[in-house]
Design a protein around this ligand. Sequence first.
Ligand SMILES: CC(C)(COP(=O)(O)OP(=O)(O)OC[C@H]1O[C@@H](n2cnc3c(N)ncnc32)[C@H](O)[C@@H]1OP(=O)(O)O)[C@@H](O)C(=O)NCCC(=O)NCCS
Length: 190
Amino acid sequence: MTGVQASDGHTVSYSQTTLTELMIPAYANFGGKIHGGTLLSLMDKVAYVCASKHAGNYCVTVSVDNVHFLAPVEVGDLVSLMASVNYVGSSSIVVGIKVVAENVQTATVKHTNTSYFTMVAKSDGSEKAVVPPLILESVEHIRRFAGALRRRRLRRYMTERMDEYKKDFVVDEETRAFLANERCVIRLEN
Ligand SMILES: CC(C)(COP(=O)(O)OP(=O)(O)OC[C@H]1O[C@@H](n2cnc3c(N)ncnc32)[C@H](O)[C@@H]1OP(=O)(O)O)[C@@H](O)C(=O)NCCC(=O)NCCS
């Protein structure tokens, strides 16, 4: 690993970033609503800005947690993506992003989703880089940091369980019972 920062860390506000974009017709799907992929792309962009500012290095996206679009976004809405660093590990940074869509004519604002992007800092040589610590200055900052650490541990636990499940998978009586009330038809050749 390279790029160890001699820094005492950065505050959350140091890298806090808001991106606002007008939803134009080119972003819409056949139903006239904004593509989820358009929002994901904007989220990736704001996550990058926020993470790279904190890291002082360029960053790559590693994983995305909690993408649930709670309300549709319309053409003409002003979408604002508010990003802040929630957690830092050794080379990873978790950026929490709250997305809201505003209808300027009716002055209504709806919360469309809150998601968490994990980014990893890279040095010029493309090796992982150590990121500066995060200075937590409020109860909310501490809650978000601890929450991200819990999500990280839960993800590791789930990955291990799913790996075991895949490795040991057989279609036995237990599997058939598990799927008994699902909308599937098992048709095995033998
Ligand atoms: C991200 C990447 C550098 C990880 O490399 P690696 O050698 O497996 O590194 P590690 O296992 O040490 O993980 C590095 C960090 O990422 C975190 N990480 C790795 N996989 C993760 C995952 N699926 N979800 C969340 N965090 C993850 C690790 O916890 C670690 O965090 P820490 O340094 O704060 O402890 C590597 O997989 C990569 O370059 N991926 C491609 C990323 C990319 O190009 N994204 C753009 C979209 S294509």
